[in-house]
Design a protein around this ligand. Structure first.
Ligand code: ADP
Ligand code: MG
Length: 267
């Protein structure tokens, strides 16, 4: 049996002394797309940070069968690439130089990037419709353009596991679709594994094989989108009034205005 791409077992994370994740279990198969949903503050970003090695999580996480803590930084970077929710934008850096940072795990210490590194970066910039932005300073891009550059850096890294924390929040619906279709295409063509978080529940369900509903640091539900995107679960964990309707690629979640509250005299 092949090892899962990600295995999280009984993960507990405390930040500033406060428990943020409490006993999270999660498995992602190679080539699978799993999206973590859940209300603000549920711990989605914290979970992705732990899987990406940005937070210590001893003995709780393995990647492709190897305990995460035993991977050296450079080796880990060839396996897993992260797009953070709000990446830091280095001052004065061009788009090309930023995306080239994704090639760091392949460039020898004190060495320079090779023609192959530059070709990999060009290819990714073209695919993400960023060909015209090579020389632009990152800080001058719009939020959506910048988001695509962050994704470009992760793709240039050539890792087999992509961790995407709300990769489309800053994008208009056209660019949302473009980016998610590209990620899905790469997944199909190159066997990438995707672990993402997303706020838009319909889009989350359309692209993921399975959804994980996280609430207050625990897994409240996990399964195919049709099992997780139910009016009952969304009412319970988001306090949201929604209708779930059948779409071509799974359930679509439509927020609806709650009915009027009963007047005091009717109670
Ligand atoms: P989500 O991505 O689901 O919105 P996060 O993982 O970002 O949630 O945060 C989960 C909880 O952890 C939030 O209540 C947040 O305030 C808290 N938190 C995040 N970082 C820290 C920190 N460094 N110290 C203390 N609390 C934190
Ligand atoms: Mg978050």
């Amino acid at each position: 049996m092949t090892a899962p791409a990600v295995r999280v077992r009984d993960l507990h994370v405390k930040l500033g002394g406060v428990p943020i994740l409490a006993g999270v279990d999660l498995t992602v198969a190679p080539g699978e797309w799993v999206t973590v949903i859940g209300p603000n503050g549920a711990g989605k970003s914290t979970l992705l940070r732990a899987v990406g090695g940005l937070l210590p999580a001893p003995h709780a996480i393995s990647l492709f069968g190897t305990p995460a803590e035993s991977l050296r930084r450079r080796d880990r970077a060839r396996v897993v690439a992260t797009v953070a929710q709000s990446p830091v934008v280095p001052a004065g850096m061009s788009v090309l130089d930023y995306v080239l940072l994704g090639r760091t795990p392949y460039i020898p210490p004190l060495g320079r990037e090779s023609a192959a590194d530059l070709a990999a970066v060009d290819d990714v910039l073209d695919r993400l419709d960023l060909g015209a932005f090579h020389g632009r300073e990152l800080a001058t891009l719009s939020g959506g353009e910048r988001q695509r550059v962050f994704l470009a850096r992760a793709l240039a890294q050539g890792a087999t596991l992509l961790l995407l924390d709300e990769p489309t929040s800053a994008l208009d619906i056209g660019h949302q679709q473009e980016v998610l279709e590209l990620v899905d295409q790469l997944r199909r063509e190159h066997g990438l594994t995707v672990l993402a978080t997303m706020h838009d529940l319909s889009i989350a369900g359309e692209y993921a094989d399975r959804l994980v509903l996280l609430a207050e640091g625990r897994v409240a539900a996990v399964g195919p989108p049709a099992e997780v995107l139910t009016e009952h679960l969304l009412a319970t964990y988001y306090r949201a009034t929604v209708r779930v309707v059948d779409g071509d690629h799974g359930p679509l979640v439509v927020p609806v205005r709650p009915g009027p509250r009963p007047l005091r005299s009717e109670q």
